[in-house]
Design a protein around this ligand. Sequence first.
Ligand SMILES: C[S@@+](CC[C@H](N)C(=O)[O-])C[C@H]1O[C@@H](n2cnc3c(N)ncnc32)[C@H](O)[C@@H]1O
Length: 495
Amino acid sequence: MVRHKTKNICEFGDFQTPMTLALEATNVLNRLSIAPRSVLEPTCGRGAFLLASCKVFSQATRYVGVDISTKHLSYLKEKIEVESSSFPIKIINGNFFNLNWSEILNTLAEPLLIIGNPPWVTSSELSILKSSNLPQKSNFQGRSGYDALTGKSNFDISEWMLIKYLEWLEERNGIIAVLCKTAIARKILIHAWQHKHRIIRAQIYKIDTLKNFNASVDACFFVLQIGDGNLSQECEIFEHLSAERTSQIIGYKDNILFSNIINYKRWFHLRGTDSVYIWRSGLKHDCSNVMELEREGDKFCNGYGYVSSLEQDWIYPLLKSSDIGNSRTSACRKYVIVTQRYIGEDTTRLKFDAPKIWMYLQNYQEYLSKRSSSIYRNRPEFSIFGVGEYTFAPWKVAISGFYKNLNFVQVGQIDGKPVVFDDTVYFLSCRSESEASFITALLNSQPAQEFLESMIFWSDKRPITIELLKRLNLRALAQVLGREGEYNSYVLRNC
Ligand SMILES: C[S@@+](CC[C@H](N)C(=O)[O-])C[C@H]1O[C@@H](n2cnc3c(N)ncnc32)[C@H](O)[C@@H]1O
């Protein structure tokens, strides 16, 4: 969000929808011949969608609006009195997370339209605000273990609410029509298809958030029609609310969401895991001011400006996402201390093998021990992650997870030492330059690019993930390109 937000706005994800947008979105439903018998706006705020629904769906017999904010609801009640007093509207002041929803839902006739704009806030933003505006279950969607520890268990409150809407409609006929982040809409689609919710039709209409909310977010009006009938595993994408033709169709197959189902089907045979070439993430240390250094003559300067003489054997050239994304691979701006050769290795040996580094790390022990991620708990002092034999391979083929292009680059040694990446870079390790060129050529070939791109959503914060890369079988790709012999010869040399 670009605009300045008060604590209250943040905590309750409180971005009220302008009436013009609510009307435009509600009219989309009208165009789709949606005619609900009841309308529910679960976090209605000032009720833009409830009031728009009265105008557009005048045949409905009941309209219910719920919100936690008494201030918003007083405003809404005044509005209703002036504009919509003849409509059967019920306003409820309550907290989404502890309301008796089945009691409310039982009063609502089908088809039921659940409309609105659920709060725009994530669980981690709420924890920073020390807010309790959260569902009671903290282990949302069973995300636990490493994901929970590394913060992947962070979720949007709207995602949680939308899953509840799906549950409410499990045995009812209805429509979910909400403004939400496009990434959330996609997560909900995956959830709905995985859990076999009865989706008859799914649509995403892009909206201009800068114009409507003075915020720069990739968001949409997300429409799910749920009920009995022919079920669909595709979602139509429209460039704006008044677009009549789809610009793209995304789909779900083999537990994967596709951005281009045609290309996925075309290159389906490239799918599978490669047991020889294994994708890895770069080094994770969570303490860049201490662990990342710039060279000053034969010494190193850390992020606090402190210059030290350190054992070079434990310091490696570091390339970051921006270096890989911009193909800057022949020289490095930074170096990194690599304290272990494999995860969990005892670090006390540094005391004897690299006493200057050991002293240096002791001096910054306070910073290193304060690293918040619990992956470091009960681990040797100064532990790092994303380290193994592969870290020290002389050649690598790498890609940045953050950059919006599928450009694989080959990376050789710098100053005679293997290059280490940060943890937003993914890579395959290779033994020789020719092997790295071969793998790079395979990955940058048209079939590989079309296959991978068919599963990429470029508007995602990190469009390229290790899970995506792992779906491509390099052997099958080499076969398609008529280079299986070369592939086999490199595999034999690696065994
Ligand atoms: C993004 S605003 C949207 C309001 C309205 N639906 C609209 O379209 O203008 C989110 C609303 O969620 C409400 N809200 C936040 N947390 C809530 C909770 N736990 N229970 C009920 N309402 C909540 C806020 O007060 C706010 O009005």
